[in-house]
Ligand binder design. Structure first.
Ligand code: MG
Length: 252
């Protein structure tokens, strides 16, 4: 009997390990290369969920009056978002005709979908603005009960550090590619999300280093099939791509 329980436990551990080892797909700025969609639109989030991906990535910026909006570029129709009030932006339309999404509306829609929400906090002009943005985002995510569904990424080390302070249980990954996993771990940052050239060419050893530290490895933006295959073989946790269906089709 004891032997049987032991075998079951071993099988369970093997099963968990094999689930962990499988690479999963994140749609870069949502699944936007499809009918009616656009980068960072709510439709792109819905299409990513329909495609049954692990996650949908999106970019978040703060207006000068502290409102969080979803957009990749710092500027929209000639206006610099961190220097513009929300009032001036709220009537703007994005490429598929949707209104420029607020973070609140984006998260509200995401909450009803079965997909991880990969929130990229965009760097802002000052540390004060960055700290305010992170405090606002974390408060909103907690209030909406989305702590498990939202994962954070940022090029700003300061923003990652603020996240580690305010929401240490969350998945937090640094994007800038220039810091070894062990250094990030010391700061409470529990993932790397690095450009494909860093993982494929400069520091392939960082995959093992991260995994040994129980950190996640995400790689962007991978749209080339042979690179996808290499990264799947390297057992990275996530591939962030503009070609989510093609990536998914390559998974074992
Ligand atoms: Mg992004």
């Amino acid at each position: 009997m004891i032997k049987r329980i032991g075998l079951c436990a071993l099988a369970l551990v093997a099963c968990i390990l094999s689930i962990q080892a499988q690479t999963q797909v994140i749609a870069h700025r949502g699944f936007w290369k499809t009918e009616g969609s656009a980068q960072n639109s709510i439709t792109a989030l819905e299409k990513a969920a329909e495609a049954k991906l692990y996650g949908s990535e999106f970019d978040v910026l703060m207006t000068v009056d502290g409102k969080m909006v979803v957009n990749h570029d710092n500027t929209i129709e000639g206006m610099i978002i961190p220097e513009t009030s929300y009032k001036q932006l709220k009537k703007l339309k994005i490429k598929n005709g949707e209104k420029l999404p607020t973070l609140k509306n984006y998260l509200k829609r995401g909450k009803k979908l079965d997909i991880q929400l990969i929130l990229e906090a965009k760097p802002l002009p000052t540390k004060e603005m960055e700290d305010q943005a992170i405090a606002t985002i974390v408060k909103m995510v907690k209030k909406m009960g989305l702590e498990k569904q939202v994962e954070y990424i940022s090029f700003s080390l300061n923003m990652c550090e603020q996240l580690a302070k305010l929401t240490p249980e969350s998945e937090i990954a640094y994007l800038n590619g220039n810091i070894a996993p062990a250094e990030l771990k010391k700061k409470g940052i529990n993932g790397i999300d690095y450009h494909k050239s860093v993982i494929l060419n400069k520091h392939p050893e960082w995959v093992k280093e991260a995994h040994d530290l129980d950190m996640k490895v995400n790689v962007w933006t991978v749209n080339n099939e042979s690179e996808m295959r290499k990264l799947i073989d390297m057992k990275v946790d996530y591939i962030t791509t503009d070609q989510p269906l093609e990536t998914k089709a390559l998974l074992p």
